[in-house]
Design a protein around this ligand. Sequence first.
Ligand SMILES: Nc1ncnc2c1ncn2[C@@H]1O[C@H](COP(=O)(O)OP(=O)(O)OP(=O)(O)O)[C@@H](O)[C@H]1O
Length: 313
Amino acid sequence: MTQGNSATEPLVHIQDFRMDFGDKTVIKDLSFDVRAGETFGFLGSNGSGKTTTLRALLGIYQPTAGTLHISGKPFTPADGARLGYLPEERGLYKKESVLDVMVYFGRLKGLDKSKAKAWSQNYLERVDLADKAGVRLDKLSGGQQQKIQLGVTIMNEPELLILDEPTKGFDPVNRRLLMDIIEEQKLAGATVIMVTHQMEEVERLCDRVILLKDGTARAYGTVAAVQEQFGGTLYRLSYDGVLPASTLFDVVSDAGGHAELSPCSGGDEATVLRELIGAGVAVRSFTTARTSLDEVFIKIYGEAHELAEASTT
Ligand SMILES: Nc1ncnc2c1ncn2[C@@H]1O[C@H](COP(=O)(O)OP(=O)(O)OP(=O)(O)O)[C@@H](O)[C@H]1O
């Protein structure tokens, strides 16, 4: 695996991927790329096929059809040295001590023993588990074990990090800590593919996203482009005066000197503001709100849930 791809060659390339389990088609037709150095959010409702896709990418599942490449070829175990995979099902040797397990995995990933030990001790300090170094893994809480698993995943400074719900089950403080650690990997140059249901994590970290629905991509692109596609922008203003009729915006709501405007073509913030002021409106505040990814998600998946619920009642 190399990060030295040309601008035209993505690090991960998935084309016309189909996955059937028996007579059940989980992925119908999926194509997307992940570029070297980006953080990519892999999103979709429960059971939409995210883990299945990652497993097929890593050769754990044999795809029914399609191309799944990392650095221009199917993944082989020999590429594993530069890969960090945090699987959905966590699993470490639970009867060994935390430090022994970390050092063992560090050595498997090619670190020498002293480097693996030093790295692990450092990491344990960072995630507030230094006092657990000598404790058996099965004496740790679920969240504490997950911290160890993330450490084992990143300790060889992988070029490509594939994280399946890395912050699942964490309290907000620890979730933020884990996001900080993932962001450091990104800043150090790693390419990160992250499955998550936490949209604020996506908004904070991801450059681009894909949303799976019905076995194919329902949305794909930069976070801003997806927000724009499924909701767009809203201007919120407080004002004195009377809003003019305009071709630059539609008035979504207007009450008590507070209004929401939906911009039309050519209605960027500066132009709308100029028009309002030119029409004698005294603008006291003006903010721009983008549809949150949470709202985009609900828009895409909520409709399907409502239909499913309606059909069962
Ligand atoms: N080995 C398998 N055999 C049969 N069906 C499977 C297998 N693996 C996954 N599936 C099915 O494929 C579908 C997609 O599962 P997958 O775990 O990929 O979803 P997901 O998007 O990761 O979901 P979640 O967000 O809940 O983790 C599910 O209906 C699941 O039951």
